[in-house]
Every structure is written in C-alpha cells, then in structure tokens.
Design a protein around this ligand. Structure first.
Ligand code: SF4
Length: 354
C-alpha cells in the first residue's frame, strides 16, 4: 500500500490538488496563445484525451489579453505560464485559475506583492516552477545546475511568497534527467507542506520521455510523493495524457482503466496475437473500470493468468478459450474469439463496482 505524503490542498479552478485528492494529469498547449481558436481547439483535444488542467504560455501582451476569451470557452482550468514580466501576471490573474511564475525572476518585491494581491483577490494559486535549465543566477553560480541549486531555488521562491503572507501554492522541480528530478523532489518533500507538480523537463520524444517519465515519476509516486503531474513529450498532445494516466495506473497509485496483460509470444504461438492485442487495446480505450484482462498466445501460461484476470483469452491452433474469473465461458474458432472476449470485457466493466 502506497502511503501518500500529506500536503496542503489547493484548488486549480474546480480541480483539487494535494491532500487526499486524485492526482490530476496536466498538459500544455503549443499554439500561440493569442491564437484563441487554435488554443481552444488544443484544449478541446486535451479534454477529450482525459486531461484535467491545461497550461498556456504567456510570453507577450497579446497572449495575456487573449486569456479572457480562452478562459470563457475552456472546458479545463487554465494555468498561465509567465516569466520575467509581472504585468502579464497581473493581467492573467484577473481571469485564469492559476499562474506559474518564479517570484524571484519577475522583478522587485513591490511587483511580486502586486501579483500576490491579485491572486489573493480571486483566491487563485501560484505554481512555483523551478527548472534546472533556468535557475536564478545566484544558485546557478553557487552550485551549478545541481539538485542542491534546484532545492535552494524552490525554498527561496517559497519564502518570497510566504514572507508576503501567501501560501496558496504548489511547487515543481524539473530537471531533464531522472536522477536529479527524483533527488530534488525527495530532498524538498520533508521541508515544505505544499503539493508537488511532478515532471521531467524537456524529456524528449514519445519513446524517450515515456521511459524517463515512467522511471522518475513512478519512483516518486511509489515514495508517496506527487500531487499532480505532466509528462512532457515532443509529440502529440494526447500522448502526454495517455502516458501520464498509464504511469498513475501502472504504478498502482490510481486505479483507472484496463490493465492489459499479454504474452511476448514464442515458438509455441499458432495465432496472430500481435494483431489481436492491438485490436483489444484500440477497442477498449474508453473503458474506465480498473479491470485486469489477459490475452495469451497458448494455454501454457494462459490458465494461470486467467485465474487473476477479470476476463482472459487463450489462443490455440485455429481456436481458443474465453475465460471470466478463471472459468471457461466459450470455446470458439480463432476469428470469433476477440469479439466474444470484448463483449465479456464490456459486461465486466458495466458490472464493476468500485
Ligand atoms: Fe509462448 Fe504461450 Fe507463453 Fe505466449 S503464453 S509466450 S505463446 S508459452
């Protein structure tokens, strides 16, 4: 049983983050934010993919002023990502659900005070986003882009807000490699009570990011660390969400969706298992019930796996078995197996009670 690290709970729009809340999955649009329609289309795609919170970049005034129209139509809570210019933060704070800034890089204390006041007025949180690639000069010069520098930067920015009486915040500590990411979050966790946003920054393509993010985020989640996450991928928006959700599911932190067990195949195989598993995966994407289903190439391991699976299939030569809770419910020709198996999966999902 994973014991989650206790944290304060905050709200990004209507989505709770931290405490005993479910772990929301986040992503970021890559449209120019001032392209309101383009940004809303990407938000819609993310919503359908299962995203809970979306972040948009605000590098200019026209992006800041576009936030009002985006927020009015968005189905997801919006985080405005701001660097250096406190005026963008002031404009954003009037409409969005959270702003991501590093107080130390948006000007003097008076300016930060104004931003804090604006966030307090609407009771919206601030995410302090420490990134190994953009550390403040004083930490970079003292320690280099190390874990120590990341943690010092986070503590400095947290204190900056706390000194202004502001505690409605969450923190991220992203490095581009697994080791520093894990070390930094582990080091900071016992020192503060704020929820953590997990992520590996600039993690690469789908293949590389999936591996790096699974190791780093999986390790932290198993430690009980992490209250929301983003998997960053150089690729399609939907991929970030499906990998994020899979990490939560496969680390055992959040039960949602099917766990598909399938064998790697070997010389005993007499059927087209690769196609069958691909079809099962494609036709079960919508299922939210946390069922175990197994698709095996022969009876050698299929019967054993079927005992632990809600629904199972065992291929043979030209035919095979469909099993529910370890009991054989059908013996069919190979071409009829997948359809019958999927009917049983749908039935089990409908009957599933949490
Ligand atoms: Fe080979 Fe059968 Fe095991 Fe699949 S289940 S790997 S076909 S022995």
């Amino acid at each position: 049983m994973i014991k989650r690290y206790p944290t304060k709970q905050i709200f990004v729009g209507n989505v709770p983050v931290g405490g005993d809340a479910k772990i929301p999955v986040q992503s970021m649009t890559f449209s120019k934010t001032h392209d309101v329609q383009g940004t809303l289309e990407q938000i819609k795609r993310l919503h359908f993919a299962g995203c809970d919170i979306v972040r948009v970049a605000v590098p200019d005034y026209e992006d800041a002023y576009a936030l009002k129209a985006i927020k009015a139509e968005s189905s997801l809570p919006i985080v405005a990502d701001i660097h250096f210019n406190y005026r963008f933060a002031l404009i954003a704070a009037e409409v969005v659900d959270c702003i991501r800034i590093n107080p130390g890089n948006i000007g003097n204390k008076e300016r930060v005070k104004e931003v804090v006041k604006a966030c307090n007025e609407r009771n919206i949180p601030i995410r302090i986003g420490v990134n190994s690639g953009s550390l403040e000069k004083q930490f970079d010069e003292k320690y280099g882009a190390t874990t120590k520098a990341m943690v010092e930067s986070a503590l400095y920015n947290i204190k900056y807000l706390e000194d202004l009486g502001f505690t409605n915040m969450k923190v991220s500590l992203k490095a581009s490699d697994v080791e520093r990411t894990v070390e930094a979050y582990r080091m900071l966790r016992p020192l503060v009570e704020y929820p953590f946003h997990l992520g590996v920054t600039e993690a690469g393509t789908l293949f590389h990011s999936t591996i790096k993010s699974s190791i780093a985020l999986g390790t932290l989640l198993l430690d009980g660390i992490g209250d929301t996450l983003r998997v960053s991928i150089t690729g399609e928006l939907e991929e970030e969400i499906s990998v994020g959700r899979a990490i939560l599911k496969d680390s055992g932190v959040q039960a949602e969706g099917l766990n598909i067990i399938s064998c790697p195949t070997c010389g005993r195989l007499e059927a087209n298992l690769v196609n069958a598993v691909a079809e099962v995966e494609r036709r079960t994407k919508h299922i939210k019930a946390p069922l175990n289903i197994s698709v095996m190439g022969c009876v050698v391991n299929a019967i054993g796996e079927a005992k632990h699976a809600d629904v199972a299939i065992a291929f043979g030569k030209g035919q095979g078995l469909v099993m529910v809770k370890g009991e054989v419910v059908a013996k069919l020709k190979e071409e009829d197996l997948v359809d019958t198996f999927l009917k049983e999966v749908e039935k089990a999902a409908r009957e599933y009670k949490a």
